[in-house]
Design a protein around this ligand. Sequence first.
Ligand SMILES: Cc1cc2nc3c(=O)[nH]c(=O)nc-3n(C[C@H](O)[C@H](O)[C@H](O)COP(=O)(O)O)c2cc1C
Length: 332
Amino acid sequence: MTDLTTTYLGLALRSPLVASPSPLTGNLNDLVLLDEAGIGAVVLPSLFEEDVESEAMTFHDRFEDSSGLHPEALDYFPDVVLSHLGIDRHLRLLQEAVSILSIPVIASVNGRSAGGWVDYATRLADAGAGAIELNMYDVAAAPHRSASDVEQGYLTLVEAVRAAVGVPLSVKLSPYFSSFANFAGRVVDAGADGLVLFNRFYQPDLDLRTLDVTPTLDLSHTGEVRLPLRWIALLRPQLPQTSLALTSGVHLGTEIAKGLLAGADAVMSTAELLRRGPSRAGELIAELDSWMDAEGYASVEQLKGSVAQHTARDPGAFERAQYQQVLAAWTR
Ligand SMILES: Cc1cc2nc3c(=O)[nH]c(=O)nc-3n(C[C@H](O)[C@H](O)[C@H](O)COP(=O)(O)O)c2cc1C
């Protein structure tokens, strides 16, 4: 029997596959199916401060309209705190998921203001989240902000949330930092217990008919796993005590195995589960299990980090660009 258990953010997981945030993890029925399929943990969709604000504004506009016409309408909404509307839905989902599921439930926050990050993270932790994941992303398009200004902004937020919540804290990052190894270490110094590498962002397109800038969402494909794989392998020896989760491009059980070999404590999947449904989680775990069995690995612990930068046969291979060799090796 292969031992698939792992520890991620101090949480004991029965398997290393985690469902990353998506509409699937925002639906209670799908969460139950993921649990039944053997998933190790789930991360709920991010609580976006922008959504909370826009829901509050919509309610406010309707309320203002109706109360102007019918002053007695005030009596119908005496105690409503506007900013709580969108949050309540998230808190309810979290509480229901925690009470129904047999696995850890991680809550995710994507704030806009410093107060929003701290406030939402605190409320989700108080509502029973096993850990908080900060989904941090900023298009650094302002020419007056230097790279260190941008990085300092992230670090200040991590420190503020760390000071406010007692549960484990992970930070989900994009790869768009000029010196990622340095920055990753400083995020950990600021109080993160874990890093989730990497979030995958969607580039806007242009509609040539309307000339509108259109948001476009293409799900990931197998092969995209190589970017987070390289960085997990590079960071593992630098951050031996930090939980690392790999996200982006995991579509096969063998890709979970690669993530673990590189040094991940958990490997996340979204696109594959969205395309094939929650039961695919069970197949992915079975694929990992049979690969481990065939290769003679007894446990995930044995696998973890055994081909990271410091343990690989060629430790320099993750660092070298290998640009020229790759180009020269291409054949028609
Ligand atoms: C429809 C959709 C919704 C998503 N929502 C969130 C979210 O709320 N918070 C977050 O951190 N990531 C979100 N993601 C990103 C995924 O969690 C994941 O990190 C990304 O899709 C890369 O993993 P994959 O290649 O397995 O899809 C979303 C992705 C998709 C496709």
